[in-house]
Design a protein around this ligand. Sequence first.
Ligand SMILES: [Zn+2]
Length: 310
Amino acid sequence: MRRRFLPSTVALALTAGLAVGTVSAVSTPLVAAAAADVCITPETGASAKGGRGADTREISAKEQSEIEARTASILKAKQDRGAGIPQGALAAASVPVYVHVMAAVNGAGNVTDQQISEQIAVLNKTFAGQEATAAANTGFTFYLAGTDRFYNDTWHVDGASTTYRSQTRKGGANALNMWLVDFDNLGVATFPWDYNKNPSIDGIRVHYASLPGGSATNFDLGETATHEAGHWFGLYHTFQGGCTKRNDEVADTPAQSSPTSGCPVGRDSCRLAGIDPIHNYMDYSYDTCYNQFTPGQSTRISNNWVAYRS
Ligand SMILES: [Zn+2]
């Protein structure tokens, strides 16, 4: 999930209507002073974590361990029978994207075909590592497989309907379904390991205003979809688990105590090695600050793809 930090809001308690379940990448709500979120002061050590009062885990540590063990076991079984990819190689695929425009009856949220085309281009640019020299090329590309448009006030406001995803989802485990809705978040995603349990809601929900040319200030370059797609491929937030060695299960994304807001270069919120990966697509920084997935994340994407989506 990705939250928007609103400068004019006194407190960010965007809890209303959020269904917290095992199938969604939903983090515990952040409650923090808006000023600190817009222009964050670098934080250090455990006191910073306590000070922000936010447990930013999407899932519990126990669940996380179980998921990691299960993924490794599925991967090994596939490799033992010659399926998937050879050990050491990375998967690559062209991913069909189905875009579901959930507009209101009055036309709110009815993004243009041009915006959708630009959104697909952003996914291709970001997953190919074209925004920074240090960025990984994940090997995954995206193409628009279909767009459908609905004019339904209930479906438009995410949370008001629990059925629209299963009524509209298309394709198999390899298809990225993107529902463009209006809600208090920038986006919410399902994880790949939950696909078999609940395939009909698999995909990402993205605020329509976050598409390129949209009205979400600081979040209008289409990189919310990149962040949510990252979850859909099995990535955690870079602040998952806070200041722990294991944190997001990716070795080359240094631990951070809490989400980043804005683009505070040099932020270093944990005593562990490395400064916060504020440019990583799996943090909460502004779209203009985002520029990379790491090689470790690329490997994790590949492993989860082979285990659950190929
Ligand atoms: Zn997220």
